[in-house]
Ligand binder design. Structure first.
Ligand code: GAR
Length: 218
């Protein structure tokens, strides 16, 4: 991989398993991402993502949201912890909290999220069950820049999976996660190569504005 731009530093926020985190760790160790994860922070003590971080010698920090009386106070503490590392990029990888607009604005243009639906469909929770219940034939995941509107920031990349008859939400979720583990490291690699930016609330790759469905080949 060419290193035309300096290596980018990344803080990853997780709440659970951290399989997306692991995919990014793996691609960094394979030299496919011009970046380094300098900390993993979780709001849940038992988040397996913290163990994955420790196994890769990445500082792993637990900040308990239950110790704070307000969302503002928690986000301020989270921000302090993140800013201690001065990261270039914040990666939300299954971080299951609604963020205050102060927090989101502070990381304007340098915070990415992955959401398990073909945005703008199914913002929020229970996306797999909602897609099945609606009779959709396809579902998927989206990587997007984070803006104050929940799951509403500009999409960078989407990946689709078919919904088969009789498929339950857990099976569908696993198939979506297989796609996520391919697409999230790719988008992180674009950002770390200096190719991906947000400008005027649009995602731009190689100085071209991406469509509302994100990057498409051709
Ligand atoms: C992923 O499916 C991600 O899309 C979803 O949480 C899962 C985390 O998996 N995120 C959201 O629902 C955010 N609204 P992981 O912990 O194995 O990476």
């Amino acid at each position: 991989m060419s290193k035309l731009t300096p290596e980018k530093s990344i803080v990853v926020l997780v709440s659970g398993d951290g399989s997306n985190l692991q995919a990014i760790i793996d691609q960094i160790s394979q030299g496919k991402i011009n970046g380094k994860i300098i900390a993993v922070i979780a709001n849940k003590e038992n988040a397996y993502g913290l163990i994955r971080a420790k196994e890769s010698n990445i500082p792993a920090i637990f900040i308990d949201h239950k110790s704070f009386t307000s969302r503002e106070d928690y986000d301020a503490e989270l921000m302090n912890n993140i800013d201690n590392f001065s990261p270039d990029l914040i990666v939300l990888a299954g971080f299951m909290r609604i963020l205050t607009s102060e927090f989101v604005e502070h990381y304007h243009g340098r915070m990415l999220n992955i959401h398990p639906s073909l945005l703008p469909k199914y913002k929020g929770l229970d996306t797999h069950q909602r897609a099945i219940a609606a009779g959709d034939r396809e579902h998927g995941a989206s990587v997007h820049f984070v803006t104050p509107e929940l799951d509403g920031g500009p999409v960078v990349l989407q990946s689709k999976v078919p919904i088969f008859e009789q498929q339950d939400a857990d099976e569908l979720a696993e198939r979506v996660k297989q796609q996520e583990r391919q697409m999230y490291p790719l988008v992180v690699s674009w950002f770390c190569a200096g190719r991906l930016k947000m400008a005027n609330n649009k995602a731009m790759l190689d100085d071209k504005v991406l469509s509302e469905m994100g990057y498409a080949i051709g």
